[in-house]
Design a protein around this ligand. Structure first.
Ligand SMILES: Nc1c(NC[C@H](O)[C@H](O)[C@H](O)CO)[nH]c(=O)[nH]c1=O
Ligand SMILES: CC(=O)[C@@H](O)COP(=O)(O)O
Length: 160
């Protein structure tokens, strides 16, 4: 189902585990910060709404989405978190750089989910233009940050 038909911010709290006993790392890319701040706000609000404690939400900033990989790896290694939300916004420019950044970031985050025991949520928008990013970071299609937070809670609770 395309996002256009599926609001990213809709969740039923009755189906979400309580997050009060979990610690969350959120690694945020500084590229397109107007977008990533909206994603972060959506994620933090959803975590708190589902019972997470403010002191159990650790935020680190990294230069770009490619650096989400190392930032998430270091967050896992040093901060004793139950899940990491990797937040980025990649927007198509004039060259093929978009393709390489998106692919490398997705593959790197996938690798962390294989190589570590801590779930890393891929909360990275990969948009053709700024409007698509705006629409998915608190706009008409909701907030992928909210979606990422719910995924992080569910994955942190997996097997508990
Ligand atoms: N163009 C975007 C980038 N590019 C930067 C890379 O993510 C990386 O920081 C650089 O290649 C140095 O390693 N990053 C985004 O997050 N969003 C973009 O639109
Ligand atoms: C995703 C990118 O790296 C891209 O926004 C950079 O823009 P350009 O391809 O015009 O150099």
């Amino acid at each position: 189902m395309a996002t256009a038909n599926n609001n990213l911010s809709v969740y039923d709290k009755a189906t979400i585990p309580n997050a009060k006993n979990f610690r969350f790392g959120i690694v945020v890319s500084e590229w397109n910060t107007n977008i990533t701040e909206g994603l972060f706000n959506g994620a933090k609000e959803a975590l708190l709404d589902c019972g997470a404690l403010e002191e159990n939400i650790i935020r680190w900033d990294v230069p770009g989405s490619f650096e989400l990989i190392f930032g998430s790896k270091k967050m896992i290694a040093t901060q004793n978190v139950d899940a990491v939300i990797a937040i980025g916004s990649v927007i198509q420019g004039e060259t093929k750089h978009f393709d390489f950044v998106c692919e490398a970031t997705a593959q790197g985050i996938k690798d962390l989910n294989i190589l570590t025991d801590t779930p890393v949520i891929f909360c990275v928008l990969t948009d053709n233009n700024l409007q698509q990013a705006i629409d998915r970071s608190g706009g008409i299609h909701g907030n992928k940050g909210t979606e990422g937070a719910i995924a992080a809670i569910k994955m942190a609770a997996l097997g508990r």
